[in-house]
Design a protein around this ligand. Sequence first.
Ligand code: ASP
Length: 291
Amino acid sequence: MTEHPVAMAIHGGAGPLKGFDYAREVAHMRGLIEAGRDRLAAGATAMDVVVETVAALEASGYYVSGRGASPNTAGRYELDASLMDGATGHAGAVAALVGFKSPIAAARKVMETTPHVMLAGDGAAAFAASHNLEAIDDPAAWFTPAWRGTHPDALSTGTVGCVVLDHTGALAAGTSTGGVFDKLPGRVGDTPIPGAGVWADARVAVSCTGAGEMFIRAAVASQIACRLRFTRQTLAEATDGALADVAHIGGEGGLIALTAAGEIVMPYNSHGMKRAALFPDGRIVSAVFDD
Ligand code: ASP
């Protein structure tokens, strides 16, 4: 079997607050990249590393995802997550999931144990319970909103995501979010939608963050895959083109993208994006604002 160089990237959301100190998140993301590197060196699959890394991002409470999620206008925490396996084309997702600690774990169960791609709302919760996924007993004690005390503007954002290339050359992608601030009950953004907030095929893995409505309308993740498949665009041209479409309809955000050759880009049109990467040569970066 050919050994491919491994690589990975993560994000912790576009649209960080100006003037806020994100040293904690930068160190946390670097630690997760180092842990992912060690798992990949030990032979872990791209899908395993995506799920483990997104679960750790969710559990930290440092991002607007999992434990750090923000409630909707009814005070409920409805969470979205998705996964895609570039080797098989399989995908799994949950939308508006209430009452469970790890939406990405639920998305993986949907992918691996059902003929479906996405379960939503009460059905997603019943499904998670039937698989004994970890429930939230006391939401007031569990959620430690990452945004607490920061006075976010309505529609400010923060999602987590991960893309991985493993030693077999397989790609995988995952994204998980609490959605946007002040969202209406039942609102679902791009995060759980393959082709919008997540994508992985044999060429590229993508995870998005930003104004989800515009990312859906611009089909961001799938248009990047199509640009790479059907045109001669470079990865940077493809991702910049997709983000330009988002900007054209008034959206802000960013994404991480990784090709089967190990090329990584992490563009954003917001004033920053929490992000970190392991490049095929072993170099690690972790940053929030422009270098
Ligand atoms: N894209 C996410 C959503 O619209 C939010 C985010 O990335 O911060 O739900």
